[in-house]
Design a protein around this ligand. Structure first.
Ligand SMILES: [Ca+2]
Ligand SMILES: [Ca+2]
Ligand SMILES: [Ca+2]
Ligand SMILES: [Ca+2]
Length: 398
């Protein structure tokens, strides 16, 4: 019994050992089991790519001597755009030119096989083929040709529409029109605004471009702008002359034009009966010409006026030195002539002239000439009364 038991035990142990050896042998000998599931490598899952014949890559599977690859825009692989069977032992596959993929989203998977059979499909991964570059971004600031008084201006633009996001943007600013030596380069940024580094006063060329997540770079948007932090000089007043007495209660005021890089230059004007301009009666700004005619009559007084210039970048210059004029409407009323009568003929070569008094007049000036322009044979006299007799004789004539 014991021996019998020993025999039976030995037979059972031998059979078990043989089975273990067989399994070990089967596992050890490649090719006698179906290969495992491949692990995909690239394109990365959900990657956007600009290559429409991408190279598909996976980790090689032990024991595989062939692979099948499928690419389809249908997630269930019902209509494969690429259906490459038995490509051999290479653990990657380049989509053929004849199968170049049109832009869109694709699913792909790989399986390994050997003489024992076909392994399971890998996970399904997704990639997007995108060969379309984004449009040029629309620059929203600065405006084209704008003059800025800020040495570190904000550059802004509108987002472009894109399938492959995030879209990156890049800003170049150069004082050279060929962008050969940019003063500023933002690098690729995921933003719609960029604050420039310090820019000296100058004319600059601005360029903004977009790049999608597949790496397609679009056209540049370009424009120029100027940095100008220098204020224009104070204008020089031209007319009326300082201290002029006038009866014109809406006089025209003139000054010289001021030059500047940032055009047009505009002007502010103040007129005040206070030389300190504490309460200007006329206070106009943004005048586009170098003269201004006062619109509301000024009262009789001494008036002071000054002008300042503002350039197109918004830099405000200093006020000019001021001038004054004396508004004196009463003194300027013309006397009414009474004698001799208009067109009278006389043989008196030193006639007496007579006129009506003017209220408030301290003295009168008389002019006599043989031409109506008062240029030839001009006689001038002054009188504190309302008549005047010529001191020198007049020749016959009109
Ligand atoms: Ca398909
Ligand atoms: Ca695109
Ligand atoms: Ca430069
Ligand atoms: Ca300026």
């Amino acid at each position: 019994m014991i021996e019998l038991h020993k025999k039976c035990g030995f037979a059972a142990a031998s059979a078990f050992l043989a089975l273990v050896l067989l399994i070990t042998f089967a596992n050890f000998t490649q090719g006698q089991v179906v290969p495992g599931q491949p692990t995909l490598v690239s394109p990365d899952n959900n990657e956007n790519i600009s290559d429409n014949t991408p190279n598909l890559d996976w980790d090689s599977v032990i024991g595989a001597n062939n692979y099948d690859v499928q690419v389809d825009n249908d997630f269930d692989f019902s209509s494969p755009e690429v259906n490459a069977d038995n490509i051999g032992t290479d653990d990657n596959y380049q989509v053929l030119d004849e199968n170049a993929l049109s832009d869109g989203v694709y699913y792909w998977h790989v399986r390994a096989e050997n003489e024992n059979g076909i392994g399971s499909w890998s996970e399904n991964w997704i990639f997007r083929v995108d060969t379309l570059a984004p449009t040029a971004p629309t620059i929203t600031a600065p405006a084209s040709g704008e003059n800025l008084s800020d040495n570190t201006p904000d550059i802004t633009w509108s987002a472009v529409s894109e399938n492959s996001s995030p879209v990156l943007y890049r800003v170049w600013i150069d004082n050279n029109s060929d962008f050969s030596s940019p003063e500023n380069d933002s690098g690729w940024i995921n933003a719609l605004t960029y604050t420039s580094g310090y820019l000296q006063d100058n004319l600059y060329y601005l360029r903004v471009a977009a790049k999608d997540n597949a790496g397609n770079q679009g056209e540049n948007s370009e424009r120029t702008f100027r940095i100008d932090t220098l204020s224009p000089v104070a204008p020089t007043l031209v007319s009326p002359d300082d201290g002029t007495r006038t009866a014109d209660s809406t006089p025209a005021l003139n000054w010289n034009t001021v030059s500047d890089n940032s055009l047009p230059v505009i002007y502010d004007l103040q007129v005040d009966d206070d030389s300190g301009f504490s309460s200007p009666t006329v206070n106009v700004s943004g005048l586009t010409s170098n003269s201004y005619t006062i619109t509301s009559s000024l009262a009789d007084s001494t008036w002071y006026w000054h002008v300042r210039a503002r350039d197109n970048a918004g830099n405000v210059g200093s006020w000019s030195s001021s001038r004054s004029f004396i508004m004196d409407t009463a003194a300027q009323a013309a006397p009414a002539l009474t004698a001799p009568a208009n067109g009278a003929i006389t043989n008196d070569s030193t006639p007496t002239f007579d006129w009506e008094p003017v209220s408030g007049a301290a003295s009168y000036t008389l002019q006599c000439s043989i031409d109506s322009g008062f240029t030839q044979n001009l006689t001038t006299g002054s009188s504190t009364t309302t008549d005047y007799t010529l001191a020198t004789t007049l020749a016959d004539g009109t």
